[in-house]
Design a protein. Structure first.
Lengths: 466, 858
């Protein structure tokens, strides 16, 4: 909520000319959700410090919130850190308060604009998603010396660990307008959240403020991605209300180490390719994708002419909406559109819409079900829907030791309820096959290790002809 | 002249254009009963005579007819219907919906038709059209019965048509809705005369042997006053005395002390007796042998009796259906070959099992009808309810028992077979052995059907008539239920949301007890209970005395003795060992306080608060509450510092300095507020459970007891383990007594001054109705400091508080009532042992309603 910029350039009070703010006055600018105050805690020839203090209205913030959800309930947190941190509100305040300086104009001291000054910036407090490591990766390549004080979540509960908040001190000898641009872009990048809708004009702003430094910044990709973060409500808003108490348990994927995310991506492609291969091999014409998510597999299935009818089902309505967009279902030619249908459904409820298909893909789904519900899943899929072929994949727990960054004993995804070894998977699959009159064989997914096998495992079930 | 037609029929009017069909239909039927092709043409094309729209018009006509027949409504088709192909589709529809097709032909002379059409300016087609119609009609007349019409009435002149005074609707033979019982419904006898006698005796029917007449065949049976017997068929074959059984049953039917529906064995005997070539298998040979000793006349009477038997009966205003092999809902009260076949044989899958017997399709598993269906046909080791149906054929002839169901008492009465008269190909208890002790309903309950939860739902409840759930909400609930909820077999209840009291008008308060107490006083409630509100997480505990009870009452296998779940149905404990340790500890307390004996139960459902808050909500606490405290706690002192520094320079920032210093203090209070409700949990010892409602035990939902009963009963349990269980402090207030009223306010002030969350005010009675109907079952009144967690650290600053005061409660209150009604309904259904889907419907409904966009701070 507080940004101070100091210089020891002589005379230090020139800072006032550069920033167009008189050192002996307190000034305020209006922001959409409050105000920002500008004043000088010190202003001597030796050292001059300007403070930019946010005065965000905590109640107004919630009441007037017109977030993407439309209503502002639930998605916006009522008890909110926004009034106390440096976020995109700070960027807006910088742009409002120091617009001329950012543009590099200074009527009274034009020579100062392009002069590198000794500058010290403090930010109190800055939420850093990605931690101190990422903070340094953003500022150090630009020449700043970074000093970060990490705040614990609650000193009464040391076991809760560190918070995401830092008090940050940056020192550098640099042109002031550059400091302002860096802060303008990098504060919201660290916060990784925006208080306003991200639209197309944001790209222009980024190019403008990033001119001269962003292109050569080693983290430019990450900066761009986070800066243009699309705030579209990924979880349906009703769902957010329901899971308010426990919401932290879902959607933690982003927090996973980059190494795993990368490996997961290629592995997933392999898994999907193998699934399609097996479905094609089965000779199926009408296929199900149970737990289709956002439609990655559906897209591949559409490419295979053999599949005349494709039904994608997912329990998440939002995922289906995303799938619809990604597959551009509305714009498909009529003949193609007829081949595919998306429905919301659950693998824990009998559903006659699923009966009579030749084959089904169930890719990385069962590990998201509680073990105690597997028996129901089996009856729904193997007992009632009864597709001729079922291609089912799940992670191989043995392989987890190959992921160095994964703590032993934890799962690959926060929502996994279990992960099976190859032996456990086979016991389960063979038992299901015998109860429901299927035969089953197994395939590894991804490169195989001699000791621990492949990263993922696949079972292919086929009905036994009577 | 009268025309007689069955009350449920598809009446097809047949006649050329101008023959007077529409006038005839208008005269004799309700306008809604008549579906006219001209009207359909009009609907699809704005022109009743637009022949180009014929195809679409008939598609619509057939659609309407199908919907009406499906709903069991007599329907009249007003179209020319002169060609066989146009009638064929209608006959198919009648068959599909098991309705009798009736033809009424208006065979008018061509001249009449022509003149009539001439009178109508919009009918300008030529004479040749009518001539053609007439020709087609005459050709059709010969074979209408062959086409499938059960009744054909032909009117050949205007005089004849005008002479029809009335169309009389005959009730179907199977319609005995006016007979309300009580009944004694008796399963498959198969010639087991001795057991039948014992059963009748046990049912208190008096059987006298008298001289035989053509009516009584030597038996006079007198039922207990007002009762009537119903025989479910398969009177004969395999057993030792089929003729004797026939005599008793025929005597009772003749005396109107019994009804009888036919079984497949009875029909086979009928075919044999009528001289058809029937194989003497499955015990028929034995029956024929026994009958050989009877006089010829008796055999003829038997043949006539069997011939007249009606496939099934609909009784007691449609609440009871009896048929030999059962009957699907859509076939009840209807007549067709398919209905009769179903009643006799049930449904088979076309496959045979390992014993060479046809595999029966379990129609009862899909049954969702309103009527109770009692049937036999398939021997079962013991009768079991499944979806409001019951098979009471307990295989007497195979050495099982002869069973009767008393209706409406639902009592089963059985007489064990004296011996095995006939070896069954399949062991009688085969299915049972296969199903590992789960009741049929519980097996069925393993899988719920998606159709029964999604889409717009309208749920009937005893407290609030009906509750409607919107489709958007069921969409959200399906995801939450599937991804996070515990096994639905445990999930018999979800708690309703609770409304706060109205906003206080006092300067520093958002909530104050005055409004809570006044709310109830306004509703005409004089006695209320104030309960301390513990700040933990709402938890519902379902616990059984042992795993055997979990299996027998809940159908839950290998999931321990119970579960504890959150208000959205999530498992409270992610670690099942911890959960079972928790359950065991609670069970010990229940054991020690003799709970099971006192309540005559093997299970209980408790509404509780589970502490600490941080146990379940740790992620929320860390990511949101503690984070805000950290950010504010780190930033505000820096802000105050720089402002102080600035003022030291002689710059006037006093107002800002003042404001931000206050903000720093408020955020400190905020951190203190949430910290009170946190402590770390590493074992069971760290948890505290505070039950506040004993919701249900076997056969009982305890909403008929007041809250003092709940509180004191719970207190007794808590005393068994005070380290783990917390009795909730409470006060009972008489609202008409000013002193007690004040006492309630003082109590709240004391509670909240020491950092308590606040209190919940409830009417003394669990369910209370006021002047405007059901009143809120509870209203919460939260403390000033606690509300910082909800409304933000700085909510008490006057400029904030002022704005926060405008908050609407009506949405929240209406939601609370609807959820309360659904929650109670679910428990009642569970107590009545209804199928799980009926219970789940209510629980799913509560979850769906919880996704309504209501301000979560309320």
């Amino acid at each position: 909520m507080l940004l101070t910029i100091s210089t020891t350039h002589q005379p230090a009070t020139d800072l006032g000319y550069l920033l167009y703010k008189h050192p002996d006055k307190v000034q305020s600018v209006e922001l959409s959700q409050g105000k920002a105050h500008i004043f000088y805690p010190e202003a001597t020839e030796e050292k001059c410090t300007i403070a930019l203090l946010l005065d965000i209205d905590p109640v107004g913030l919630v009441r007037n919130a017109k977030g993407p959800s439309g209503e502002g309930f639930a998605l916006e947190q009522y008890v909110n850190d926004r009034p106390y941190v440096a976020s995109s509100f700070m960027s807006v305040a910088i742009a409002r308060a120091f617009a001329t300086a950012m543009n590099g104009t200074c009527k009274d001291r034009p020579e100062l604009v392009n002069t590198s000054l000794p500058v010290e910036v403090t930010i109190s407090v800055l939420p850093c998603k990605g931690g101190e490591y990422f903070l340094r990766k953003l500022f150090e390549p630009l020449g700043y010396q970074v000093q970060a004080t990490h705040h614990p979540l609650d000193s009464n509960f040391p076991e809760w660990g560190e918070s995401r908040y830092f008090t940050v001190k940056l020192t550098h000898t640099i042109r002031l307008k550059n400091v302002l641009s860096h802060l303008y872009v990098l504060i919201p990048v660290l916060d990784n959240d925006k208080h306003y809708w991200v639209g197309e004009h944001e790209i222009e702003k980024l190019l403008d403020k990033g001119e001269g430094w962003l292109q050569t910044h080693p983290e430019r990709e990450q900066i761009t991605r986070r800066y243009l973060k699309n705030l579209a409500p990924l979880t349906k808003y009703a769902l957010a209300i329901l899971s308010a108490e426990e919401q932290a348990e879902v959607g933690l994927e982003e927090e996973l180490p980059a190494e795993i995310i990368e490996k997961k991506k290629t592995l997933h492609e392999q898994r999907l390719a193998l699934t399609v291969e097996q479905l094609v091999k089965s000779g199926a014409k009408r296929v199900l994708d149970l737990g289709c998510g956002e439609g990655k597999l559906l897209r591949l299935l559409l490419l295979e002419k053999q599949f005349e009818e494709i039904l994608g089902m997912d329990v998440s309505f939002q995922s289906l909406e995303n799938a619809r967009d990604r597959l551009k279902l509305d714009r498909l030619p009529e003949k193609q559109k007829e081949r595919i249908k998306l429905i919301q459904g659950s693998l824990l409820y009998r559903d006659k819409r699923l009966a009579g298909y030749d084959a089904a893909a169930i890719v990385e789904v069962i590990e998201h079900l509680n073990k105690s519900r597997l028996a129901t899943f089996e009856r729904v899929v193997f007992g009632f829907a009864k597709p001729g072929t079922i291609v089912l994949t799940t992670p191989n727990a043995e392989y987890n030791q190959k992921y160095e960054t994964l703590t032993a004993g934890t799962f690959r995804h926060a929502d996994h309820r279990f992960e099976w070894t190859r032996a456990e998977f086979e016991v389960w699959a063979k038992n299901v096959a015998s109860v429901y009159h299927y035969q089953v064989h197994f395939l590894p997914v991804g490169p195989e290790d001699v000791m621990v096998g492949a990263s993922s495992q696949m079972a292919i079930f086929e009905t036994i002809p009577r | 002249m009268y025309i007689q037609i069955p009350e449920l029929s598809l009446v097809v009017l047949i006649g050329a254009s101008g023959s007077g069909k529409s006038s005839f239909a208008r005269k004799h039927f309700k306008s809604t009963e008549v579906v006219s092709s001209d009207a359909c043409r009009g609907i699809v094309s704005d022109d009743e005579n637009n022949q180009a729209a014929t195809a679409d018009a008939f598609e619509l006509l057939h659609y309407i007819v199908a919907k009406r027949l499906k709903r069991g409504l007599l329907t009249v088709v007003d179209a020319t219907n002169v060609q066989p192909e146009s009638r064929k589709h209608l006959i198919q529809l009648a068959r599909e919906y098991h309705v009798l097709p009736v033809a009424i032909v208006l065979d008018m002379p061509e001249k009449v038709c022509y003149e009539r059409n001439n009178l109508r300016p919009d009918r300008n087609f030529g004479k040749h059209v009518i001539a053609q119609h007439r020709q087609q009609l005459r050709k059709s007349l010969r074979n209408l019965k062959g086409e499938g019409f059960r009744h054909v009435h032909i009117l050949s002149s205007e005089e004849e048509t005008n002479a029809v005074e009335q169309i009389v609707r005959d009730p179907l033979h199977n319609n005995k809705k006016a007979e309300t019982g009580p009944f004694d419904i008796i399963g498959d006898i198969h010639g087991c005369f001795d057991e039948l006698m014992l059963l009748l005796e046990r049912l208190e029917y008096k059987v006298e042997q008298v001289e035989a007449t053509r009516q009584n065949f030597g038996f006079v049976v007198t039922p207990p006053a007002g009762r009537k017997a119903i025989f479910l068929g398969d009177l004969v074959d395999r057993g030792p005395a089929s003729p004797q059984v026939l005599k008793v049953v025929m005597s009772m039917v003749n005396a109107n002390t019994a009804l009888c529906v036919p079984g497949n064995h009875d029909m086979k005997l009928h075919q044999k007796l009528s001289g058809r070539n029937v194989q003497l298998k499955h015990g028929l040979a034995l029956t024929m042998e026994q009958l050989a000793h009877e006089p010829e006349e008796f055999i003829r009477i038997v043949d006539v009796f069997l011939d007249k038997l009606v496939s099934h009966y609909v009784l007691d205003h449609g609440n009871l259906v009896v048929a030999h092999a059962g009957l699907r809902a859509e076939m009840q009260g209807r007549g067709s070959g398919a209905v009769r076949a179903f009643c006799l044989y049930g449904e088979t899958t076309g496959e045979t099992d390992e014993f060479g017997l046809p595999v029966r399709y379990n129609w009862a598993a899909d049954y969702r009808g309103k009527a109770m269906v009692v049937y036999g046909h398939t021997p079962v080791p013991e009768p079991e309810w499944l979806n409001n149906t019951i098979d009471i054929d307990t295989g007497c002839v195979f050495g099982g028992a002869l069973t009767a169901l008393r209706y409406p008492e639902k009592e089963l009465v059985s007489i064990p077979a004296k011996q095995v008269y006939y070896e069954s190909a399949k062991p009688l208890d085969y299915e049972k052995r296969k199903a590992q002790a789960l009741r049929a309903q519980q097996q069925e309950d393993d899988v719920l059907d998606i159709e029964e939860v999604t889409g717009k739902r309208i749920i009937s409840t005893s407290l609030a008539h009906t509750v409607t759930i919107r489709e958007e909400n069921t969409i959200a609930a399906l995801e939450v239920m599937s991804r996070f909820a515990v096994n639905p077999k445990w999930l018999i209840y979800l708690p309703p949301t609770m409304s706060p009291c109205e906003t206080s008008k006092l300067p520093e308060y958002l909530e104050h007890p005055k409004e809570a107490l006044e709310y109830y006083a306004r509703q005409g409630i004089t006695q209320v209970v104030c309960q301390e509100k513990h700040m933990g997480s709402r938890a519902v505990v379902v616990i059984c005395r042992d795993e055997a009870a979990a299996l027998s009452r809940f159908g839950v296998h290998n999931e321990g003795i119970g579960t504890c779940y959150t208000r959205t149905g999530r498992n409270f404990f992610n670690d099942s060992a911890l959960e079972q340790a928790f359950m065991q500890r609670l069970k010990n307390a229940l054991d020690k306080s003799h709970f099971w004996e006192r309540f005559q139960t093997t299970w209980v459902c408790l509404d509780c608060e589970l502490m600490p808050w941080s146990a379940k909500a740790l992620a929320l606490l860390q990511n949101q509450y503690a984070s805000v405290g950290t950010a504010a706690g780190a930033a505000l002192p820096d802000v105050v510092d720089v402002l102080y520094q600035t003022s030291e320079r002689g710059i006037d920032v006093s107002q800002l300095l003042n404001e931000y210093s206050q903000r720093r203090e408020l955020t400190q209070k905020y951190s203190e507020a949430y910290r009170r409700y946190c402590w770390s949990v590493t074992s069971i010892e760290d948890y505290k459970l505070a039950p506040f409602h004993i919701l249900a035990t076997e056969d009982a939902v305890h909403t008929d007891k007041d809250h003092v009963w709940h509180m004191s009963t719970i207190k007794a349990i808590c005393e068994a383990d005070p380290d783990f269980l917390m009795a909730t402090p409470y006060q009972v207030l008489d609202l008409t007594d000013e002193q007690q009223y004040q006492q309630g306010i003082t109590w709240w002030e004391k509670l909240t001054a020491t950092g308590g969350e606040g209190m919940v005010v409830k009417p003394l009675n669990f369910i209370s109705k006021g002047s405007k109907g059901l009143v809120q079952p509870a209203v919460k009144c939260r403390g000033k400091e606690y509300l910082r967690i909800i409304y933000g650290p700085e909510y008490t600053a006057p400029q904030h508080l002022q704005r926060l005061r405008s908050r609407g409660l009506s949405g929240k209150r209406s939601l609370a009532l609807r959820e309360f009604a659904l929650g109670m309904e679910g428990l009642e259904r569970f107590a009545r042992k209804e199928p799980l889907r009926n219970v789940h419907e209510c629980v799913f409904g509560v979850l769906a309603l919880e996704s309504e966009p209501i301000d979560p701070r309320l």
